[in-house]
Design a protein around this ligand. Sequence first.
Ligand code: ZN
Length: 342
Amino acid sequence: MDDSSDRTEGGKQREGSWFLRRRGAIRRSRASEQETSAPAGPGSMAGEPRLSPSAVASSQPQPTAIWTDSHCHLQDDTDPAATLALARAARVGRVVCAGTDAASSRRAVFLANELSGNRAPAPSVGPEQAASAQGTEVWATVGLHPHDAKDGLGSVTEFLDELSAGEGLGQSRVVAIGECGLDYHYEHSPRTVQRDVFAAQVELANLHNLALVIHTREAWDDTFSILEDQGVPDRTIFHCFTGGEPEAKQCLRLGALLSFSGIVTFANAGELREVVTHCPLDRLLVETDSPFLTPVPYRGRRNSPSNVVVVGDTIGKLKGIAPEVAAAVSWLNAEKAFGLGV
Ligand SMILES: [Zn+2]
């Protein structure tokens, strides 16, 4: 989330064998993935599995691009249905609404239930069918932003308990815990409180087997150590990634995905564009973080999920792949990251 203060841009070491077994399992699964991966090419992040553009192109016929906005705040819009209709017209087939506290998480879940069209088809059908027949999938995340950590996690866990008691989280449209993390740039909450609240949300993601959506700013060391202390959830996403190469490499080493926002279109984002060019294709997501972070050439206007096309095009160019392929890649990665279609 990015307001005027520009938010772009979070206890308990589990004793005994469960944690070690879990960490072991994570390590083993990573190792087996790497065995099958194509050898790392020059300039790519060392040893990471890569999905070659040709592999994507051959696996999915690409008549047109259907995009996923993997992080937005549609629930903050005055007319979410109208914003979603704009997105649909721009061929955005899926959006993930990120909660930032209990109230916005409830609104995100409400919208996901209210506005979600039927499950949008994979990007293999013609544009007409996709855009008109299906609508746009809407999913939600539940969590507490580091800025609001001082308010405590109580009302967020209460909401999660409610959802678990009802149809069960697995049946709900909640796909992740977050956005949560650490922000030492603005420090709207004390660092110690931020760390505790982040650690507790990492635990919630592991407990509920949900993805984890991380907001981290100028707090990389603490972010990594809390993740390692709590056990890195299998599906971890660094939203609105703004780190450099060293941070990107560490995120990838932990098995996480990097989600890139409109910042990649900013004139002064050369280092970030470098990170995009080196990011393995199967670890890349595209987002708007709307209504914040409007991409060039629309700076100064309110952002919306329809602009994920602009961000995606920029990323496609940086990766040397066609927009359709960039769209299909981020679609498939979002499917995996958020556990959709399982
Ligand atoms: Zn956000």
